[in-house]
Ligand binder design. Sequence first.
Ligand code: ZN
Length: 245
Amino acid sequence: MWYRTDSGGVGVAFTDVSDGNLAAHTGDEPAQVARRRRRVEQKLGTGLVRYAWQVHGTAVLDVTGTASNATDLLAAPEADAVVSADGTPVGILTADCLPVVLVGRRAGGVPVLAVAHAGRPGLLAGVLQETVAAVRAHEALDLEAWIGPAVCGACYEVPTEMAQQAEEALPGVATTTSWGTDGLDLPGAARSILEDHGVRVREETADRAAWCTLEHDELYSYRRDKTRGRLAGLVWVSEESGRNA
Ligand SMILES: [Zn+2]
């Protein structure tokens, strides 16, 4: 486990290579992926985590009050963010793209939980704004975000034209890599977007070199290894285990 915290009755975690590949869409046997997911859920003490079928878009899947299709991992609905307002644990899968966990508080209710897959296309298309809106749609206030492990701005090289186009859409996102070529700082851009929308970003995620997938072998990096492995960003209600049992 790369990171785990308990914050006011909500658990947040990011897995690492020791937890294995948790994605069903990258070629691993779904039954094996399902077993690994169960192991992670047992380790964290969560119920069944709900994932989406990620497509680099901006659709938000709201699983509140819905039944899972746990028996068929390949049948997960297409979306790049998942929200729950009934305590259902939700997860997002990445290997260099940015996993973001969001938590909103409601007076007298369970917290609203959300995760988003913010790679370059999704970030530019507004997946974080859509996710924040979906959390607020449940009358959640006091939103807090964790920006998970992702390739950092010193390591994420892109073609010059792509960097220029991204910079026009999201001023400040363009960077120079540590070897002097054009790059993008997705974690930095995500932080700006979240803060512009009134979301408090957890400081422990601010040191992006320390949270860089490409620089740490304990994290899956598609750019480094062309791996099938995906790490999971997870959020659950930790004080009310059994609520969804
Ligand atoms: Zn890096």
